[in-house]
Design a protein. Structure first.
Lengths: 346, 370
């Protein structure tokens, strides 16, 4: 983890009774270390995001915090209870939405909620009240009698969220809740989570590999890569931690072998990343100045600029800065990986 | 306990919402009952027997008249004339005939001279059932021919007087016990084993594991639901099968109670066995692959199709530890013999101990985490 991020973590240690406190947590499968000593705290009422590519260790982290898999070393406190020593106390105060859609397709929306309310021993009167409230919150009241298999993907995801809230938990864990949803449904889920946080004072921990989701939804974000927490902060803090306020994406019709070095020598440029033949992502402290310099440089060298765009720093740039590669590359790679066999630990 | 019943409720709601499981649980045993019940246990009829008569004497005519009598009455076989032994033998070898009878030259003379007269029988022993039936029928004919014309006033031979305790039991009735046990097995395999692993793979169990449900509640919930499904399958097949086979057992309250007890402990035993085998399995292909193997390994050595006493020693060893054996024995005692509690208590005891034992071992192997 970077020095900046570490300093920030130490700062949170002073906060009183965090909803979640994870200290140097490690998970090993044989010789393979899936999580390599993460430390972070989540304050009450916060939406905290774990951002990273597939296989980074986000789900393993969340599974340890929700008592689904044992912790190899380190400690995790959820709601003040140790996940290893008091797993039942932890389970009583958390709601968990796994990555897969696990509501029973043969049961109705209401039946799914009844079963889970019973599993949490919610008293009958309270159960009916809670079910009505959560259905209202996720806008599924008029679908309460519908069989789950007849719902759309977005509605099923909303049902999963309702199921996780049916016992009125204090802390809510969501493992990639918008994966597979269309953009409209994704935004609807974000709005719903924001409303739930406000109306129920929920602490929410969410894993995602969508930068936009982490940026718009989360109060703070921890970037996870290869089982390590490499950076932690608010989206603004993370973006500010990367030298260069702008990203200039530029494409030339041809280039010489020392083209990258030439770009790096331009004034205000903090880093240059070649993307493909003639295409570069240039981080700069001044986008407008660098744009002008690029135009001049191209004219001097007799090279044509085929495209040029300037934008503010994104979380993708933050990810590149801390890991040395792009999150979207990791996602593309993940698409071509064979999925694990059911039940096999990641 | 409420959490355990929540698991049972979920499983049963699914079960009743999808009647396919119930239908599929009973399809195989019912088809087996109808097909095997009618295919086996019947008598051989219309076998083809060639006759080579080198004698043509009065005693040869007597033999042929006896053959004609069989063909006209019980129809075990029909006869066809063949000119010589070699042609007839070739016809048996090529499957045109099931057997050939050779009446040798001088047969009638040897009968009159009491000079060890013989009739040859060539059989196709690649089919033991048909050849055995023809041999048996021929032996009866020969015995009849050998019987003295005037009965000896003093019977010097020992006679066996057979008393049948029960009314005639056809093969379908005999097979019914096995079909009921098989229905429970299929229900446990599909409704217990396969659904359990499928739910695991789909992440449904992950949903359970994040709730405060205890390991015992979860195990008991899953097994209680599995056992209830198997009991329902067993009861359904008992009713349908009894009506098809013509057994009136289901109309006698005490026998119904005994049947329910056997069905209940069988369901617990099968479910415990299944849960033990599946408790550490994650791959949905495993229960599907095991289905046929287990069916053959457990059903056939159980005495459902063929008596255990006819098995070689190693197969009998399987039958001794096979819960199917005890279930089928118990069911046969009630369905076919009305033997009372005394005839089934050892079966109930074994199945109960087997079920609880396997469940306890499975519970200790069950992981509360992923």
């Amino acid at each position: 983890m970077s020095a900046t991020a570490t300093t920030r973590l130490q700062g949170y240690a002073a906060e009183p009774t965090p909803a979640i406190a994870v200290e140097n947590i490690i998970k090993r499968y044989g010789d393979f270390e899936a999580v390599k000593g993460g430390t972070f705290r989540v304050a009450e009422g916060e939406i905290f995001g774990l951002l990273g590519p597939n296989g980074a260790g986000k789900s393993t982290l969340i599974r340890m915090m929700t008592t689904l898999i044992p912790v190899t070393a380190g400690r995790a406190l959820v709601g003040g209870h140790d996940v290893t020593k008091d797993p039942d106390d932890v389970r009583r105060m958390i709601g968990v939405i796994p990555q897969a859609l696990t509501s029973d397709p043969d049961l109705t929306v209401e039946e799914n909620l009844i079963i889970y309310a019973k599993l949490y021993s919610v008293p009958r009167v309270q159960r009916e009240k809670n079910i009505a409230e959560v259905l209202e919150a996720v806008d599924l009241t008029k679908w309460r009698g519908a069989q789950t298999k007849t719902l759309s993907g977005g509605m099923r995801r909303r049902l999963e969220i309702a199921r996780g809230l049916v016992h009125d938990p204090r802390i809510f864990f969501l493992d990639e809740p918008t994966t597979g949803l269309d953009p409209v449904s994704r935004i609807a889920v974000w709005e719903m989570l924001n409303n739930l946080k406000a109306s129920r004072n929920l602490t929410i921990l969410i894993t995602t590999h969508y930068m936009e989701e982490a940026d718009k939804l989360c109060d703070r974000i921890a970037i996870v890569d290869h089982g390590k927490l490499v950076a932690l902060g608010t989206p603004v803090e993370l973006k500010n931690s990367v030298a260069g306020a702008n990203v200039v994406e530029v494409r030339f019709d041809r280039e010489s072998s020392d083209w990258k070095e030439r770009l790096e020598k331009l004034e205000g440029v903090t880093s240059v990343q070649p993307e493909s033949a003639g295409f570069y992502r240039v981080l700069s402290t001044s986008g407008s100045k660098t744009t002008l310099d690029l135009v001049h440089m191209a004219a001097e060298q007799g090279v044509t600029l085929t495209s040029l765009s300037v934008q503010n720093t994104t979380l993708d740039d933050v990810f590149v800065h801390y890991t040395g590669r792009q999150l979207r590359d990791e996602q593309v790679k993940a698409v071509f990986m064979m999925p694990p066999r059911p039940g096999v630990q990641p | 306990m409420n959490r355990m019943w929540a698991i049972v409720e979920r499983e049963m709601r699914k079960f009743f919402r999808s009647p396919m499981l119930m239908i599929m649980s009973m399809m195989l045993p019912l088809v087996q009952l109808v097909i095997l019940g009618n295919a086996f246990g019947g008598k051989i009829t219309n076998a083809r027997v060639g006759v080579v008569d080198y004698d043509h004497g009065p005693q040869a005519v007597k033999v042929r008249e006896a053959f004609d009598s069989v063909a006209a009455t019980i129809r075990t076989f029909h006869t066809f004339d063949y000119p010589d032994e070699r042609t007839a033998q070739e016809a048996v070898r090529t499957g045109k005939l099931d057997a050939a009878v050779v009446i040798p030259p001088q047969y009638s003379r040897r009968v009159y001279a009491q000079d060890r007269p013989q009739i040859g029988l060539v059989v196709d022993n690649s089919d033991q059932f048909v050849s055995g039936s023809i041999e048996s029928e021929m032996q009866s004919l020969v015995n009849a021919i050998n019987a003295p014309l005037v009965a000896d006033p003093i019977n010097k031979q020992v006679a066996l007087d057979v008393v049948e305790l029960f009314p005639y039991i056809n093969y379908m009735k005999f097979l019914l016990a096995g079909s009921i046990a098989l229905a429970m097995y299929v229900s446990v395999m599909i409704g217990g084993g396969m659904l359990y692993i499928d739910d695991k793979a789909r992440g449904v169990h992950e949903g359970y594991l994040v709730t405060p449900i205890t390991r015992l509640e979860l195990v008991m919930g899953l097994n209680t639901a599995g056992a209830i499904k198997a009991v329902l399958a067993g009861i359904s097949l008992t009713i349908i099968g009894s009506l098809m086979a013509g057994l009136g057992t289901i109309f006698h309250p005490m026998q119904v109670l005994q049947l329910l007890c056997i069905i209940a402990v069988t369901s617990i035993a099968f479910n415990g066995m299944m849960f033990l085998m599946m408790v550490r399995v994650d791959d949905p292909l495993v229960p599907r692959a095991m289905f046929g193997v287990l069916n053959t390994l457990l059903f056939f050595p159980s005495g459902a199709i063929y008596p255990i006493s006819a098995f070689p020693r190693w197969l009998r060893a399987i039958a001794i530890v096979d819960p199917f054996s005890y279930s089928i024995h118990g069911l046969q005692q009630v369905l076919l013999k009305d033997g009372g509690w005394i005839s089934i208590y050892s079966d109930l005891l074994f199945l109960g101990i087997f079920g609880i034992g396997t469940l306890l071992i499975a519970s200790s192997l069950f992981k509360r985490t992923l």
